[in-house]
Design a protein around this ligand. Structure first.
Ligand SMILES: Nc1c(NC[C@H](O)[C@H](O)[C@H](O)CO)[nH]c(=O)[nH]c1=O
Ligand SMILES: CC(=O)[C@@H](O)COP(=O)(O)O
Length: 154
């Protein structure tokens, strides 16, 4: 039996795109900082990280797909923050965003990770954007690097 596991080494040559939404920008800016910090901690060079801003999480898939099709990037980190309101708008935004982001990776073959927070309150989102529950931006960026090193050997 051979086991293929992702590693967090040898990522110095990677080109990474981050597609992030500005909606709830206090939160998404913190996710971005966490993602960049994690990428650079594992060797990715800052000048090889490009950030594409979109208005809201619903727009992430369209831009992520276009970015993937440029074939300039090894992988894509998506970042956003959807916070529950009074209506079912929350579910519609998150469902569209999540399924669209999943399709980008599957359709283009460019590894794409899902870093869109879903929270019941601003406070819950803050906890996950550099607060007591960590920084999900950093976590998904790290997951991308691990994923890339598995994809490399297939
Ligand atoms: N309510 C949130 C949104 N809504 C905006 C949509 O994502 C979209 O930009 C609009 O419907 C135009 O197509 N976006 C978030 O990222 N977070 C939210 O909490
Ligand atoms: C994503 C949302 O739920 C939100 O911003 C919309 O709020 P509401 O449902 O109160 O209109």
């Amino acid at each position: 039996m051979t086991i293929y596991a992702g590693t967090l080494t040898n990522h110095e040559q990677r080109h990474i795109a981050i597609v992030m939404s500005r909606f709830n920008t206090l939160i998404t800016d913190a996710l971005l900082a966490g993602a960049k910090e994690a990428l650079m901690m594992h060797g990715v060079v800052e000048t090889n990280i490009d950030v594409y801003y979109v208005p809201g999480a619903f727009e992430i898939p369209l831009v992520a797909e276009k970015v993937a099709l440029t074939q300039k990037y090894d992988g894509i980190v998506t970042l956003g923050a959807v916070i529950r309101g009074e209506t079912d708008h929350y579910d519609l935004v998150i469902n569209g965003s999540m399924s669209g982001i999943a399709q980008v990776g599957l359709k283009t073959g460019v590894p794409t990770v899902f870093g869109v927070l879903t929270a019941d309150s601003l406070e819950q989102a803050q906890h996950r954007a550099g607060g007591k529950a960590g920084n999900k931006g950093g976590e998904v960026a790290t997951a991308l690097l691990e994923l890339l090193s598995v994809v490399d050997v297939i």
